[in-house]
Design a protein around this ligand. Structure first.
Ligand code: ADP
Ligand code: MG
Length: 579
Protein backbone atom coordinates (compact mmCIF):
# COMPACT_ATOMS: atom_id res chain seq x y z
CA UNK A 1 0.00 0.00 0.00
CA UNK A 2 1.38 3.40 -0.93
CA UNK A 3 0.86 6.36 1.30
CA UNK A 4 -0.12 9.47 -0.49
CA UNK A 5 -1.34 12.87 0.41
CA UNK A 6 -4.90 13.61 -0.60
CA UNK A 7 -5.37 16.33 -3.14
CA UNK A 8 -7.03 19.42 -1.71
CA UNK A 9 -10.26 18.52 -3.55
CA UNK A 10 -10.27 14.97 -2.14
CA UNK A 11 -9.61 16.25 1.36
CA UNK A 12 -12.36 18.80 0.97
CA UNK A 13 -14.76 16.13 -0.22
CA UNK A 14 -14.12 14.03 2.85
CA UNK A 15 -14.75 17.01 5.07
CA UNK A 16 -17.78 17.90 2.96
CA UNK A 17 -19.19 14.46 3.64
CA UNK A 18 -19.45 15.45 7.26
CA UNK A 19 -21.04 18.81 6.71
CA UNK A 20 -23.07 18.21 3.56
CA UNK A 21 -25.05 15.01 3.89
CA UNK A 22 -28.03 15.97 1.76
CA UNK A 23 -29.51 19.02 0.04
CA UNK A 24 -31.04 20.26 3.30
CA UNK A 25 -27.53 20.52 4.77
CA UNK A 26 -26.59 23.03 2.07
CA UNK A 27 -29.67 25.06 2.87
CA UNK A 28 -28.85 24.94 6.58
CA UNK A 29 -25.31 26.20 6.08
CA UNK A 30 -26.28 28.97 3.67
CA UNK A 31 -29.18 30.17 5.79
CA UNK A 32 -26.92 30.23 8.85
CA UNK A 33 -24.45 32.36 6.96
CA UNK A 34 -27.24 34.75 6.00
CA UNK A 35 -28.42 35.01 9.59
CA UNK A 36 -24.86 35.49 10.82
CA UNK A 37 -24.57 38.30 8.29
CA UNK A 38 -27.44 40.04 10.04
CA UNK A 39 -29.96 39.55 7.24
CA UNK A 40 -33.53 40.71 7.79
CA UNK A 41 -34.73 38.98 4.63
CA UNK A 42 -33.79 35.50 3.41
CA UNK A 43 -35.16 33.87 0.28
CA UNK A 44 -34.52 30.17 -0.26
CA UNK A 45 -35.30 28.44 -3.48
CA UNK A 46 -34.95 24.74 -4.32
CA UNK A 47 -35.54 22.72 -7.45
CA UNK A 48 -35.89 18.95 -7.63
CA UNK A 49 -35.33 18.48 -3.96
CA UNK A 50 -32.33 20.79 -4.11
CA UNK A 51 -30.33 18.58 -6.45
CA UNK A 52 -30.75 20.75 -9.51
CA UNK A 53 -30.65 24.06 -7.76
CA UNK A 54 -30.49 25.71 -4.37
CA UNK A 55 -30.45 29.49 -4.19
CA UNK A 56 -30.19 31.53 -1.02
CA UNK A 57 -30.50 35.30 -1.23
CA UNK A 58 -30.01 37.61 1.73
CA UNK A 59 -29.75 41.32 2.49
CA UNK A 60 -27.00 40.87 5.07
CA UNK A 61 -23.64 42.61 5.46
CA UNK A 62 -22.09 40.96 2.39
CA UNK A 63 -18.48 40.00 1.80
CA UNK A 64 -15.94 42.68 0.80
CA UNK A 65 -14.61 42.00 -2.74
CA UNK A 66 -11.08 41.46 -1.47
CA UNK A 67 -12.22 38.67 0.86
CA UNK A 68 -14.51 36.77 -1.44
CA UNK A 69 -11.88 34.22 -2.48
CA UNK A 70 -10.77 33.79 1.10
CA UNK A 71 -14.28 32.91 2.29
CA UNK A 72 -13.96 29.68 0.27
CA UNK A 73 -10.68 28.59 1.82
CA UNK A 74 -10.98 25.85 4.43
CA UNK A 75 -11.13 27.15 7.98
CA UNK A 76 -11.53 30.70 6.77
CA UNK A 77 -14.03 32.44 8.99
CA UNK A 78 -14.74 35.93 10.17
CA UNK A 79 -16.52 34.64 13.24
CA UNK A 80 -14.38 32.68 15.63
CA UNK A 81 -12.60 34.90 18.08
CA UNK A 82 -10.90 32.27 20.21
CA UNK A 83 -11.09 28.56 20.91
CA UNK A 84 -13.12 29.17 24.02
CA UNK A 85 -15.79 30.80 21.95
CA UNK A 86 -17.03 27.67 20.21
CA UNK A 87 -20.51 28.11 21.59
CA UNK A 88 -21.21 31.74 21.08
CA UNK A 89 -24.63 33.20 21.14
CA UNK A 90 -23.87 35.65 18.42
CA UNK A 91 -23.13 33.42 15.46
CA UNK A 92 -24.31 30.09 14.12
CA UNK A 93 -21.25 29.21 12.06
CA UNK A 94 -17.69 29.28 13.27
CA UNK A 95 -15.54 26.71 11.55
CA UNK A 96 -15.17 28.13 8.11
CA UNK A 97 -16.00 24.75 6.63
CA UNK A 98 -19.36 25.23 4.97
CA UNK A 99 -18.47 27.12 1.82
CA UNK A 100 -15.46 24.96 0.85
CA UNK A 101 -17.52 21.84 1.58
CA UNK A 102 -20.32 22.98 -0.70
CA UNK A 103 -17.84 23.84 -3.43
CA UNK A 104 -16.45 20.31 -3.16
CA UNK A 105 -19.90 18.82 -3.66
CA UNK A 106 -21.48 21.06 -6.30
CA UNK A 107 -21.04 23.92 -8.73
CA UNK A 108 -21.34 27.20 -6.86
CA UNK A 109 -21.81 30.80 -7.83
CA UNK A 110 -21.74 33.61 -5.31
CA UNK A 111 -22.50 37.26 -5.83
CA UNK A 112 -21.93 39.47 -2.83
CA UNK A 113 -22.01 43.20 -2.28
CA UNK A 114 -20.66 44.36 1.05
CA UNK A 115 -22.08 47.30 2.95
CA UNK A 116 -20.46 50.54 1.81
CA UNK A 117 -19.42 49.18 -1.60
CA UNK A 118 -20.72 50.51 -4.89
CA UNK A 119 -20.98 47.19 -6.63
CA UNK A 120 -20.85 43.50 -5.96
CA UNK A 121 -18.46 40.78 -6.95
CA UNK A 122 -19.09 37.44 -8.60
CA UNK A 123 -17.17 34.23 -8.11
CA UNK A 124 -17.93 30.91 -9.75
CA UNK A 125 -16.64 27.38 -9.00
CA UNK A 126 -16.88 24.27 -11.11
CA UNK A 127 -15.65 20.85 -10.01
CA UNK A 128 -14.09 22.44 -6.95
CA UNK A 129 -12.05 25.06 -8.81
CA UNK A 130 -12.69 28.77 -9.36
CA UNK A 131 -13.53 29.37 -13.03
CA UNK A 132 -14.77 32.93 -13.14
CA UNK A 133 -14.50 36.05 -11.03
CA UNK A 134 -15.40 39.64 -11.67
CA UNK A 135 -17.43 42.69 -10.72
CA UNK A 136 -21.20 42.43 -10.87
CA UNK A 137 -24.02 44.86 -10.26
CA UNK A 138 -26.02 43.65 -7.29
CA UNK A 139 -28.09 44.91 -4.37
CA UNK A 140 -26.40 44.85 -0.95
CA UNK A 141 -26.25 41.34 0.42
CA UNK A 142 -25.30 37.93 -0.81
CA UNK A 143 -26.69 35.41 -3.28
CA UNK A 144 -25.37 31.87 -3.40
CA UNK A 145 -26.48 29.48 -6.13
CA UNK A 146 -25.65 25.79 -5.82
CA UNK A 147 -26.17 23.58 -8.86
CA UNK A 148 -25.79 19.86 -9.56
CA UNK A 149 -25.26 18.82 -5.96
CA UNK A 150 -23.50 15.41 -5.72
CA UNK A 151 -23.53 15.12 -9.50
CA UNK A 152 -19.89 14.12 -9.40
CA UNK A 153 -20.37 11.90 -6.33
CA UNK A 154 -22.69 9.07 -7.33
CA UNK A 155 -22.00 7.35 -4.01
CA UNK A 156 -23.50 10.28 -2.12
CA UNK A 157 -26.40 10.47 -4.51
CA UNK A 158 -27.43 6.99 -3.43
CA UNK A 159 -28.32 8.29 0.02
CA UNK A 160 -30.55 11.00 -1.34
CA UNK A 161 -34.24 10.14 -1.23
CA UNK A 162 -37.02 11.25 -3.54
CA UNK A 163 -37.17 14.92 -4.55
CA UNK A 164 -40.31 15.35 -2.47
CA UNK A 165 -38.64 13.90 0.63
CA UNK A 166 -35.58 16.10 0.20
CA UNK A 167 -37.81 19.12 -0.38
CA UNK A 168 -39.61 18.21 2.84
CA UNK A 169 -36.29 18.19 4.69
CA UNK A 170 -35.43 21.57 3.25
CA UNK A 171 -38.79 22.87 4.39
CA UNK A 172 -38.15 21.50 7.87
CA UNK A 173 -34.79 23.28 8.03
CA UNK A 174 -36.20 26.61 6.86
CA UNK A 175 -39.19 26.24 9.21
CA UNK A 176 -36.81 25.85 12.14
CA UNK A 177 -34.93 29.03 11.32
CA UNK A 178 -38.18 30.88 10.75
CA UNK A 179 -39.26 29.86 14.25
CA UNK A 180 -35.84 30.63 15.75
CA UNK A 181 -35.63 34.06 14.10
CA UNK A 182 -39.16 35.44 13.97
CA UNK A 183 -37.76 38.90 13.21
CA UNK A 184 -36.37 37.70 9.88
CA UNK A 185 -38.59 37.53 6.85
CA UNK A 186 -38.25 34.14 5.19
CA UNK A 187 -39.55 32.90 1.88
CA UNK A 188 -39.11 29.33 0.75
CA UNK A 189 -39.92 28.46 -2.82
CA UNK A 190 -39.93 24.82 -3.88
CA UNK A 191 -40.09 24.13 -7.60
CA UNK A 192 -41.43 27.61 -8.15
CA UNK A 193 -44.22 27.41 -5.57
CA UNK A 194 -44.14 29.30 -2.30
CA UNK A 195 -43.91 26.66 0.42
CA UNK A 196 -43.36 28.99 3.34
CA UNK A 197 -43.61 32.70 3.94
CA UNK A 198 -42.74 33.98 7.39
CA UNK A 199 -43.44 37.69 7.73
CA UNK A 200 -40.53 38.63 10.00
CA UNK A 201 -42.66 40.63 12.43
CA UNK A 202 -40.65 39.43 15.42
CA UNK A 203 -43.71 37.72 16.87
CA UNK A 204 -43.14 33.95 17.25
CA UNK A 205 -46.85 33.38 16.70
CA UNK A 206 -46.60 34.83 13.19
CA UNK A 207 -43.68 32.52 12.46
CA UNK A 208 -45.69 29.60 13.86
CA UNK A 209 -48.60 30.56 11.61
CA UNK A 210 -46.30 30.33 8.61
CA UNK A 211 -45.07 26.92 9.66
CA UNK A 212 -48.18 25.29 11.13
CA UNK A 213 -50.99 27.27 9.56
CA UNK A 214 -53.07 30.05 11.12
CA UNK A 215 -55.56 27.73 12.79
CA UNK A 216 -52.95 25.93 14.84
CA UNK A 217 -51.04 29.15 15.52
CA UNK A 218 -54.10 30.80 17.05
CA UNK A 219 -54.59 27.86 19.37
CA UNK A 220 -51.04 28.13 20.77
CA UNK A 221 -50.61 29.59 24.23
CA UNK A 222 -47.73 31.84 25.28
CA UNK A 223 -45.48 30.09 27.76
CA UNK A 224 -45.80 31.72 31.16
CA UNK A 225 -43.24 30.59 33.71
CA UNK A 226 -44.77 30.80 37.17
CA UNK A 227 -41.53 31.86 38.81
CA UNK A 228 -38.98 34.56 38.24
CA UNK A 229 -36.21 32.80 36.36
CA UNK A 230 -33.81 35.67 36.08
CA UNK A 231 -32.01 34.99 39.38
CA UNK A 232 -31.44 31.47 38.08
CA UNK A 233 -29.78 32.79 34.97
CA UNK A 234 -32.37 31.11 32.77
CA UNK A 235 -34.40 32.81 30.08
CA UNK A 236 -37.54 31.05 28.92
CA UNK A 237 -40.27 31.98 26.44
CA UNK A 238 -42.27 30.26 23.77
CA UNK A 239 -45.59 28.85 22.64
CA UNK A 240 -47.25 25.58 23.55
CA UNK A 241 -50.23 23.86 22.01
CA UNK A 242 -53.33 22.96 24.01
CA UNK A 243 -53.52 19.23 24.83
CA UNK A 244 -55.94 18.57 22.01
CA UNK A 245 -53.49 19.74 19.35
CA UNK A 246 -51.24 16.73 19.09
CA UNK A 247 -48.87 14.97 16.76
CA UNK A 248 -47.84 11.36 16.37
CA UNK A 249 -44.13 12.20 16.67
CA UNK A 250 -42.06 14.51 18.86
CA UNK A 251 -40.71 16.41 15.90
CA UNK A 252 -42.94 19.42 16.53
CA UNK A 253 -41.50 20.03 19.96
CA UNK A 254 -38.94 22.60 18.80
CA UNK A 255 -36.26 23.63 21.24
CA UNK A 256 -34.12 26.69 20.63
CA UNK A 257 -31.22 27.15 22.97
CA UNK A 258 -29.51 30.50 22.69
CA UNK A 259 -31.12 30.81 19.27
CA UNK A 260 -29.94 27.48 17.96
CA UNK A 261 -32.28 24.63 17.19
CA UNK A 262 -31.17 21.79 19.43
CA UNK A 263 -32.12 18.23 20.18
CA UNK A 264 -32.28 17.26 23.81
CA UNK A 265 -34.31 14.32 24.95
CA UNK A 266 -34.62 15.38 28.50
CA UNK A 267 -35.97 18.84 27.64
CA UNK A 268 -38.43 17.39 25.13
CA UNK A 269 -39.58 15.08 27.87
CA UNK A 270 -39.89 18.03 30.27
CA UNK A 271 -42.35 19.65 27.85
CA UNK A 272 -44.43 16.47 27.70
CA UNK A 273 -44.32 16.11 31.47
CA UNK A 274 -45.83 19.56 31.69
CA UNK A 275 -49.01 18.15 30.11
CA UNK A 276 -49.47 15.89 33.14
CA UNK A 277 -51.06 13.02 31.31
CA UNK A 278 -53.47 15.21 29.39
CA UNK A 279 -52.10 14.00 26.07
CA UNK A 280 -53.74 10.98 24.49
CA UNK A 281 -51.40 8.01 24.74
CA UNK A 282 -48.90 7.84 21.91
CA UNK A 283 -49.54 11.49 21.00
CA UNK A 284 -47.09 14.34 21.40
CA UNK A 285 -47.52 18.05 21.84
CA UNK A 286 -46.64 20.93 19.62
CA UNK A 287 -44.35 23.46 21.26
CA UNK A 288 -41.86 26.16 20.38
CA UNK A 289 -39.50 26.80 23.28
CA UNK A 290 -36.87 29.53 23.46
CA UNK A 291 -34.31 28.95 26.15
CA UNK A 292 -31.42 31.19 27.08
CA UNK A 293 -28.59 29.92 29.23
CA UNK A 294 -25.10 31.23 29.95
CA UNK A 295 -23.04 29.85 27.05
CA UNK A 296 -20.49 28.24 29.35
CA UNK A 297 -23.20 25.94 30.71
CA UNK A 298 -23.82 24.32 27.37
CA UNK A 299 -21.77 21.42 26.03
CA UNK A 300 -22.22 21.30 22.34
CA UNK A 301 -21.22 18.15 20.56
CA UNK A 302 -18.60 19.55 18.24
CA UNK A 303 -19.46 17.27 15.34
CA UNK A 304 -20.40 19.75 12.63
CA UNK A 305 -23.91 18.49 11.97
CA UNK A 306 -25.00 17.20 15.36
CA UNK A 307 -27.43 19.38 17.20
CA UNK A 308 -27.41 17.31 20.38
CA UNK A 309 -26.49 19.36 23.44
CA UNK A 310 -25.83 18.69 27.11
CA UNK A 311 -26.52 21.14 29.86
CA UNK A 312 -24.61 21.60 33.09
CA UNK A 313 -27.80 22.11 35.09
CA UNK A 314 -29.98 19.74 33.16
CA UNK A 315 -32.15 18.69 36.12
CA UNK A 316 -32.80 22.26 37.13
CA UNK A 317 -33.67 23.36 33.60
CA UNK A 318 -35.86 20.28 33.23
CA UNK A 319 -37.87 21.27 36.29
CA UNK A 320 -38.15 24.89 35.24
CA UNK A 321 -39.42 23.96 31.78
CA UNK A 322 -41.86 21.32 33.00
CA UNK A 323 -43.30 23.67 35.62
CA UNK A 324 -43.64 26.51 33.15
CA UNK A 325 -45.58 24.31 30.71
CA UNK A 326 -47.69 23.02 33.56
CA UNK A 327 -48.47 26.50 34.86
CA UNK A 328 -49.31 27.71 31.38
CA UNK A 329 -51.70 24.85 30.72
CA UNK A 330 -53.39 25.02 34.08
CA UNK A 331 -54.32 28.62 33.33
CA UNK A 332 -55.79 27.30 30.13
CA UNK A 333 -57.95 24.47 31.45
CA UNK A 334 -59.83 26.90 33.68
CA UNK A 335 -61.32 28.50 30.62
CA UNK A 336 -61.80 25.60 28.25
CA UNK A 337 -62.28 21.91 28.26
CA UNK A 338 -59.10 20.41 26.97
CA UNK A 339 -59.43 16.77 27.84
CA UNK A 340 -59.72 14.76 24.64
CA UNK A 341 -61.92 11.71 24.83
CA UNK A 342 -59.08 9.34 24.05
CA UNK A 343 -57.19 10.44 27.15
CA UNK A 344 -60.03 9.42 29.43
CA UNK A 345 -59.18 6.34 31.44
CA UNK A 346 -60.98 3.34 29.96
CA UNK A 347 -63.09 2.76 33.05
CA UNK A 348 -64.87 6.08 32.73
CA UNK A 349 -65.29 5.67 29.04
CA UNK A 350 -67.67 2.78 29.06
CA UNK A 351 -70.74 4.69 27.97
CA UNK A 352 -68.86 7.26 25.96
CA UNK A 353 -70.95 6.29 22.95
CA UNK A 354 -73.70 8.58 24.15
CA UNK A 355 -71.47 11.60 24.57
CA UNK A 356 -70.54 13.82 21.65
CA UNK A 357 -66.88 12.85 21.74
CA UNK A 358 -64.17 11.85 19.34
CA UNK A 359 -64.90 8.22 20.01
CA UNK A 360 -64.57 6.24 16.86
CA UNK A 361 -67.28 4.06 15.58
CA UNK A 362 -66.23 0.58 14.79
CA UNK A 363 -67.09 0.17 11.17
CA UNK A 364 -66.91 -3.55 11.10
CA UNK A 365 -70.46 -4.12 9.98
CA UNK A 366 -70.25 -1.83 6.98
CA UNK A 367 -72.41 -3.47 4.31
CA UNK A 368 -69.98 -2.33 1.67
CA UNK A 369 -67.33 -4.52 3.14
CA UNK A 370 -66.42 -7.57 1.08
CA UNK A 371 -64.16 -10.06 2.79
CA UNK A 372 -60.85 -9.97 0.93
CA UNK A 373 -60.46 -12.81 -1.56
CA UNK A 374 -62.85 -14.94 0.44
CA UNK A 375 -65.46 -16.66 -1.63
CA UNK A 376 -68.51 -17.61 0.40
CA UNK A 377 -67.94 -20.62 2.58
CA UNK A 378 -64.16 -20.56 2.24
CA UNK A 379 -63.78 -20.15 5.97
CA UNK A 380 -64.94 -23.64 6.70
CA UNK A 381 -62.98 -25.37 3.99
CA UNK A 382 -59.72 -23.68 4.99
CA UNK A 383 -59.31 -22.09 1.56
CA UNK A 384 -56.68 -24.45 0.20
CA UNK A 385 -53.34 -22.89 -0.60
CA UNK A 386 -53.83 -19.74 1.46
CA UNK A 387 -52.01 -18.68 4.60
CA UNK A 388 -52.86 -20.70 7.69
CA UNK A 389 -56.31 -19.79 8.96
CA UNK A 390 -57.11 -18.93 12.52
CA UNK A 391 -58.83 -21.41 14.72
CA UNK A 392 -62.43 -20.58 15.55
CA UNK A 393 -62.36 -18.07 18.38
CA UNK A 394 -65.05 -17.16 20.88
CA UNK A 395 -64.72 -13.76 22.57
CA UNK A 396 -64.89 -13.86 26.33
CA UNK A 397 -64.20 -10.26 27.29
CA UNK A 398 -61.87 -7.29 27.12
CA UNK A 399 -58.84 -6.48 29.24
CA UNK A 400 -57.69 -2.91 29.86
CA UNK A 401 -59.79 -1.70 26.93
CA UNK A 402 -56.85 -2.95 24.93
CA UNK A 403 -56.99 -6.71 24.49
CA UNK A 404 -59.79 -9.09 23.62
CA UNK A 405 -59.71 -12.37 25.48
CA UNK A 406 -60.98 -15.24 23.38
CA UNK A 407 -61.34 -18.96 23.75
CA UNK A 408 -59.87 -21.19 21.05
CA UNK A 409 -60.20 -24.98 20.61
CA UNK A 410 -56.64 -25.42 21.93
CA UNK A 411 -56.61 -22.82 24.68
CA UNK A 412 -57.02 -19.07 24.81
CA UNK A 413 -56.00 -16.03 22.83
CA UNK A 414 -55.24 -12.43 23.68
CA UNK A 415 -55.94 -10.22 20.71
CA UNK A 416 -54.58 -6.69 20.43
CA UNK A 417 -57.71 -4.88 19.29
CA UNK A 418 -55.90 -2.07 17.48
CA UNK A 419 -53.38 -4.31 15.72
CA UNK A 420 -56.11 -6.74 14.69
CA UNK A 421 -58.35 -4.02 13.31
CA UNK A 422 -55.38 -2.52 11.51
CA UNK A 423 -54.79 -5.82 9.75
CA UNK A 424 -58.45 -6.09 8.73
CA UNK A 425 -58.62 -2.55 7.38
CA UNK A 426 -55.24 -2.82 5.68
CA UNK A 427 -56.30 -5.82 3.62
CA UNK A 428 -59.68 -4.27 2.96
CA UNK A 429 -58.05 -1.05 1.70
CA UNK A 430 -55.57 -2.88 -0.52
CA UNK A 431 -58.34 -4.98 -2.03
CA UNK A 432 -60.54 -1.96 -2.67
CA UNK A 433 -57.64 -0.24 -4.43
CA UNK A 434 -56.93 -3.36 -6.48
CA UNK A 435 -60.60 -3.43 -7.52
CA UNK A 436 -60.46 0.35 -8.09
CA UNK A 437 -63.52 0.65 -5.86
CA UNK A 438 -62.54 2.62 -2.79
CA UNK A 439 -65.33 3.41 -0.36
CA UNK A 440 -65.64 7.14 -0.66
CA UNK A 441 -67.37 9.72 1.46
CA UNK A 442 -68.00 13.07 -0.23
CA UNK A 443 -67.76 16.08 2.09
CA UNK A 444 -70.69 18.47 2.10
CA UNK A 445 -68.33 21.32 1.30
CA UNK A 446 -64.65 21.19 0.36
CA UNK A 447 -62.56 21.69 3.45
CA UNK A 448 -59.37 23.78 3.20
CA UNK A 449 -56.42 22.37 5.05
CA UNK A 450 -53.27 24.16 6.23
CA UNK A 451 -50.32 21.84 5.99
CA UNK A 452 -46.81 22.27 7.23
CA UNK A 453 -44.28 22.42 4.42
CA UNK A 454 -43.05 18.93 5.23
CA UNK A 455 -46.61 17.60 5.25
CA UNK A 456 -47.17 19.26 1.90
CA UNK A 457 -44.14 17.48 0.52
CA UNK A 458 -45.35 14.16 1.90
CA UNK A 459 -48.76 14.79 0.41
CA UNK A 460 -47.30 15.55 -2.98
CA UNK A 461 -45.18 12.43 -2.79
CA UNK A 462 -48.11 10.13 -1.93
CA UNK A 463 -50.89 11.90 -3.79
CA UNK A 464 -51.60 9.18 -6.29
CA UNK A 465 -51.87 6.50 -3.60
CA UNK A 466 -54.05 8.68 -1.37
CA UNK A 467 -56.38 9.34 -4.28
CA UNK A 468 -56.61 5.64 -5.01
CA UNK A 469 -58.08 5.24 -1.52
CA UNK A 470 -60.76 7.80 -2.16
CA UNK A 471 -59.19 11.09 -1.11
CA UNK A 472 -60.19 13.90 -3.41
CA UNK A 473 -57.49 16.53 -2.88
CA UNK A 474 -56.73 19.65 -4.86
CA UNK A 475 -54.33 22.54 -4.38
CA UNK A 476 -56.46 25.44 -3.25
CA UNK A 477 -55.29 28.91 -4.16
CA UNK A 478 -51.68 29.90 -4.56
CA UNK A 479 -50.15 29.58 -1.13
CA UNK A 480 -49.96 25.81 -0.83
CA UNK A 481 -53.29 25.33 0.94
CA UNK A 482 -55.13 22.17 -0.11
CA UNK A 483 -58.83 21.44 -0.30
CA UNK A 484 -60.32 18.09 0.67
CA UNK A 485 -63.52 17.17 -1.18
CA UNK A 486 -63.85 13.51 -0.35
CA UNK A 487 -62.27 11.08 2.09
CA UNK A 488 -62.09 7.30 2.43
CA UNK A 489 -65.37 6.18 4.01
CA UNK A 490 -63.45 4.53 6.85
CA UNK A 491 -62.38 7.98 8.09
CA UNK A 492 -65.74 9.65 7.57
CA UNK A 493 -67.31 11.40 10.50
CA UNK A 494 -64.04 12.88 11.69
CA UNK A 495 -62.62 16.29 11.13
CA UNK A 496 -61.28 15.73 7.61
CA UNK A 497 -58.33 18.08 7.93
CA UNK A 498 -57.17 16.68 11.24
CA UNK A 499 -57.66 13.17 10.05
CA UNK A 500 -55.57 13.74 6.93
CA UNK A 501 -52.88 15.35 9.04
CA UNK A 502 -52.72 12.31 11.23
CA UNK A 503 -52.42 10.06 8.20
CA UNK A 504 -49.52 12.23 7.01
CA UNK A 505 -47.92 11.99 10.45
CA UNK A 506 -48.15 8.24 10.23
CA UNK A 507 -46.70 8.27 6.73
CA UNK A 508 -43.80 10.29 8.03
CA UNK A 509 -43.24 7.74 10.76
CA UNK A 510 -43.22 4.89 8.25
CA UNK A 511 -40.95 6.61 5.80
CA UNK A 512 -38.57 4.18 4.15
CA UNK A 513 -40.58 1.11 5.13
CA UNK A 514 -42.05 -0.83 2.23
CA UNK A 515 -43.39 0.80 -0.90
CA UNK A 516 -45.74 3.75 -1.08
CA UNK A 517 -48.88 1.73 -1.65
CA UNK A 518 -48.09 -0.31 1.46
CA UNK A 519 -47.28 2.78 3.53
CA UNK A 520 -50.42 4.61 2.57
CA UNK A 521 -52.68 1.61 3.20
CA UNK A 522 -50.93 0.91 6.53
CA UNK A 523 -51.15 4.54 7.65
CA UNK A 524 -54.82 4.76 6.76
CA UNK A 525 -55.48 1.47 8.54
CA UNK A 526 -53.64 2.63 11.65
CA UNK A 527 -55.55 5.89 11.62
CA UNK A 528 -58.98 4.36 11.08
CA UNK A 529 -58.55 1.35 13.36
CA UNK A 530 -60.14 1.15 16.77
CA UNK A 531 -57.76 2.62 19.33
CA UNK A 532 -56.32 1.17 22.44
CA UNK A 533 -58.42 2.44 25.31
CA UNK A 534 -61.73 2.01 23.56
CA UNK A 535 -64.32 -0.21 25.19
CA UNK A 536 -65.92 -2.72 22.81
CA UNK A 537 -69.31 -4.36 23.00
CA UNK A 538 -69.62 -8.13 22.75
CA UNK A 539 -70.96 -7.75 19.25
CA UNK A 540 -68.05 -5.57 18.21
CA UNK A 541 -65.57 -8.05 19.60
CA UNK A 542 -67.24 -10.93 17.78
CA UNK A 543 -67.25 -9.04 14.50
CA UNK A 544 -63.64 -8.03 14.89
CA UNK A 545 -62.64 -11.64 15.41
CA UNK A 546 -64.75 -12.92 12.53
CA UNK A 547 -63.23 -10.41 10.18
CA UNK A 548 -59.75 -11.20 11.38
CA UNK A 549 -60.44 -14.82 10.56
CA UNK A 550 -61.01 -13.89 6.92
CA UNK A 551 -57.68 -12.09 6.60
CA UNK A 552 -54.87 -13.45 4.51
CA UNK A 553 -52.27 -12.77 7.19
CA UNK A 554 -54.31 -12.51 10.37
CA UNK A 555 -51.44 -12.99 12.79
CA UNK A 556 -49.58 -9.74 12.23
CA UNK A 557 -50.48 -6.10 11.82
CA UNK A 558 -49.26 -4.29 8.66
CA UNK A 559 -46.08 -3.32 10.52
CA UNK A 560 -45.36 -6.90 11.51
CA UNK A 561 -46.44 -6.68 15.15
CA UNK A 562 -48.38 -9.72 16.34
CA UNK A 563 -52.15 -9.28 16.47
CA UNK A 564 -52.53 -12.07 19.00
CA UNK A 565 -50.84 -14.23 21.58
CA UNK A 566 -51.93 -17.79 22.05
CA UNK A 567 -51.87 -19.64 25.37
CA UNK A 568 -52.30 -23.35 24.74
CA UNK A 569 -54.32 -25.51 27.12
CA UNK A 570 -51.25 -27.69 27.63
CA UNK A 571 -49.19 -24.72 28.77
CA UNK A 572 -51.93 -23.49 31.06
CA UNK A 573 -52.26 -26.94 32.61
CA UNK A 574 -48.52 -27.07 33.17
CA UNK A 575 -48.45 -23.61 34.75
CA UNK A 576 -51.27 -24.58 37.13
CA UNK A 577 -49.51 -27.88 37.82
CA UNK A 578 -52.54 -29.84 36.81
CA UNK A 579 -50.08 -32.18 35.20
P1 ADP B 1 -18.38 30.05 8.89
O1 ADP B 1 -19.82 30.38 8.73
O2 ADP B 1 -18.18 28.90 9.81
O3 ADP B 1 -17.53 31.22 9.25
P2 ADP B 1 -18.44 29.53 6.09
O4 ADP B 1 -17.60 28.67 5.23
O5 ADP B 1 -19.88 29.20 6.17
O6 ADP B 1 -17.81 29.50 7.52
O7 ADP B 1 -18.29 31.01 5.63
C1 ADP B 1 -17.00 31.59 5.60
C2 ADP B 1 -17.06 33.10 5.77
O8 ADP B 1 -17.69 33.68 4.62
C3 ADP B 1 -17.91 33.55 6.95
O9 ADP B 1 -17.17 33.58 8.14
C4 ADP B 1 -18.34 34.94 6.50
O10 ADP B 1 -17.36 35.88 6.80
C5 ADP B 1 -18.44 34.83 4.98
N1 ADP B 1 -19.82 34.63 4.52
C6 ADP B 1 -20.36 33.46 4.09
N2 ADP B 1 -21.65 33.63 3.73
C7 ADP B 1 -21.95 34.94 3.92
C8 ADP B 1 -23.14 35.73 3.74
N3 ADP B 1 -24.28 35.21 3.28
N4 ADP B 1 -23.05 37.04 4.04
C9 ADP B 1 -21.90 37.57 4.53
N5 ADP B 1 -20.77 36.87 4.73
C10 ADP B 1 -20.77 35.58 4.44
MG1 MG C 1 -21.22 29.16 7.91
Amino acid sequence: MTIRVLSPLEAARIAAGEVIERPASVVKELVENSLDAGASRVVVEARDGGLTLIRVVDDGCGIPPGELRLAFERHATSKLVSEGDLWRIETLGFRGEALPSIVAAADVEIVSRAAGHEEGRRLRFEAGAPVDEGPEAAPPGTTVVVRGLFRRQPARLKFVRSAATEAGQIATVVSRYALAFPEVRFTLRIDGRVALEAPGTGDPRDAAAAVYGPKVATSLVALRPDADLEPLGIGLAGLVGPPDVTRSTRSDVSLFLNRRWVRNRSLTFAVEEGYQGQLPSGRHPLAVVYLELPPDEVDVNVHPTKAEVRLRREREVFGVLRDAVRATLSGLSATRVVMPATATPPAVQEDAGAAPTDRQELRLTSPAYQPPLAPAGSREDGAGGQAPRLPVLRPVGQVGALYIVAESPEGMCLIDQHAAHERILYERFLDAVARRQPDVQQLLAPEPIDLTPSHRALLADHLEELRAHGYDLEPFGEDGVWAVRAVPAATAGRDAARSLMEVLDLLERDEGRGDRAHRVAASLACHAAVRAGQALTDLEMRELIEQLETCRAPRTCPHGRPTMLHLRSDDLAREFRRR
